[in-house]
Design a protein around this ligand. Structure first.
Ligand code: RET
Length: 275
């Protein structure tokens, strides 16, 4: 007799898998991105117009500062229109349900466009500060390279799927940030005295403003992107406030001070302008 086909049964899963949990942008976040886009465009226009009233030889800060807000406009346009974003998924455990062996996957929306923005704009912000303090090319270059390593580490951290990847890159980014502070804030405090008391006072306040603000970024990253303790919308709102202070407000402060204070002028040689 022919062998009876063995009956196949669908095994009943003992554990019903939990679907992935998604954390993503909502209406508030979306609206915030468009508002910041508009603010960055307006600031770029304002800075460009301000540069027309000064001779080309005195426009270096204007050019750098306008490029900073133009870059931010492009990045905010990308994020607001739904580009420059991806989901970073990692296993998570639901501690509240007291089932430690049933993990679930958590996917959080990450706007990698931010890191592209920061990789371009934070070196330019450091260049503004370095020129103001009269920091030499060697220290400026080291600060810029440390800064790019910091931002790229943040990008890799944000794409990490394991705690080792995320917090490892985050730690590397924090060490790089210490080098940035060392080269610009500490070294700049020494070199700026040659430019007189007024420039020293301006640099001290601008550098303090900058590094207090900048230090908020890794803190926000740790709480929001690292530990997932805030919603994506809250994260967008906090970064929006920080970005407006670090770019348009910083720019206004620098350009108006530059206009009022002749000693802020930097002579970068004949290539920049012949006048
Ligand atoms: C990351 C994570 C890795 C560790 C550190 C970070 C610092 C980021 C900073 C960003 C500054 C951005 C600015 C934007 C301008 O609008 C990348 C968050 C240290 C300092 C000033």
């Amino acid at each position: 007799a022919a062998a009876k086909p063995t009956q196949t049964t669908t095994p009943i899963p003992t554990v019903i898998p939990t679907p992935p949990q998604f954390q993503e942008i909502g209406e508030t976040g979306h609206r915030t991105l468009w508002v910041v886009f508009a603010i960055m465009v307006l600031s770029s226009g304002l800075f460009a117009v301000m540069s027309w009233n000064v001779p080309i030889s005195k426009r270096l800060y204007h050019v750098i500062t306008t490029l900073i807000t133009i870059t931010a406009s492009l990045s905010y346009f990308a994020m607001a229109s739904g580009h420059a974003t991806s989901f970073s998924c990692s296993p998570a455990k639901d501690h509240h349900k007291h089932v430690p062996d049933v993990g679930y996957t958590e996917c959080r929306q990450v706007f990698w466009g931010r890191y592209v923005d920061w990789a371009i704009t934070t070196p330019l912000l450091l260049l503004d500060l370095s020129l103001l303090a009269g920091i030499d090319g060697a220290h400026t270059l080291m600060a810029v390279v440390a800064d790019v390593i910091m931002v790229l580490s943040g990008l890799f951290a944000s794409q990490g799927n394991t705690p080792t990847q995320r917090w490892g890159w985050y730690a590397i980014g924090c060490v790089s940030y210490l080098f940035v502070i060392w080269h610009v804030a500490l070294h700049g405090a020494r070199t700026v005295s040659a430019k007189g008391a007024s420039v020293t006072r301006l640099f001290s306040s601008l550098a303090l403003f900058t590094f207090v603000l900048w230090t908020a970024y890794p803190i926000v990253w740790g709480i929001a992107d690292g530990a997932h303790r805030t919603t994506v919308d809250t994260e967008i709102l906090i970064y929006a406030v920080l970005d407006i202070l670090a770019k348009p407000v910083f720019g206004l402060w620098l350009l108006f001070s530059h206009r009022a204070l002749a000693e802020t002028h930097v002579d970068v040689g004949g290539w920049w302008s012949h006048g």
